[in-house]
Design a protein around this ligand. Structure first.
Ligand SMILES: [Zn+2]
Length: 224
């Protein structure tokens, strides 16, 4: 049993090594910033990976290519994709991975063969994510504002040991922020509208669409 597991690992490693064998490192490096969307077998977005990881998934036969330009109608395993690349050379240099033999088309979207789970992504603490959690509403007076009219308030002021946490940061309008100053809410005669908490994790797709390098070819797969 253990032997079989080791053997299949060796095979996976060999196939991953094939990525480096077929594709010179410089060719992979030329596309270091390229990102490929990965779907689970239920067509739900579950990851965004670099080009080396993407081809390793293909060579290990863990994933197939979905050709987004064909409305996701066709999927290709690695052999079919190499053949397709040979017969339909990539039109643009940015879509071509140069190998020792012929340029291989760089896929935009992969679909995993076996994986059907939907991992959740933890919310990342940032100014924008606090505003988003609080729905751009001042947590003291309840006024709704645009981002440039809002501040982040430390409920327990930093000077008094208040930290940068989901539970201690709230959206505040500039007026309430100035009024509260370096005091606790009750010392300023103010009350929070609701207790600040960490927002629940969201399915990966909901957070992926906002990533700045989101590829237009991904759009049809990120509605979930
Ligand atoms: Zn306010």
């Amino acid at each position: 049993m253990q032997g079989a597991a080791l053997q299949s690992q060796a095979t996976a490693a060999e196939k991953a090594a094939a990525v480096d064998g077929l594709f010179p490192k410089s060719a992979l490096d030329n596309h270091a910033s390229r990102r490929i969307l990965v779907l689970n077998r239920n067509w739900q977005a579950v990851n965004i990976v670099g080009i080396r990881h993407a081809f390793a998934l293909l060579f290990r036969e863990d994933a197939q290519v979905i050709d987004a330009s064909e409305n996701g109608q066709n999927t290709y395993d690695i052999e079919e994709w190499l053949t397709y690349s040979l017969e339909n050379p990539p039109a643009k240099a940015c879509d071509a991975l140069l190998t020792t033999r012929f340029p291989v088309r760089i896929p935009d979207v992969l679909i995993l063969n076996d994986y059907d789970r939907l991992p959740m992504k933890e919310a990342r603490l940032s100014r924008e994510s606090i505003f988003e959690r609080d729905e751009y509403t001042c947590q003291y007076c309840g006024g709704k504002h645009s981002a440039d009219e809002l501040n982040i308030d430390h409920v327990i002021p930093r000077e008094r040991g208040g930290r940068n946490t989901w539970e201690n940061l709230v959206t505040s309008c500039i007026r309430c922020n100035e009024r509260k100053a370096n005091r606790l809410p009750h010392e300023a005669g103010m009350r929070l509208q609701r207790r600040p908490r960490k927002p629940p994790a969201r399915p990966f797709a909901a957070s992926a669409i906002s990533e700045h390098w989101a590829n237009p070819e991904w759009r049809m797969f990120l509605h979930a």
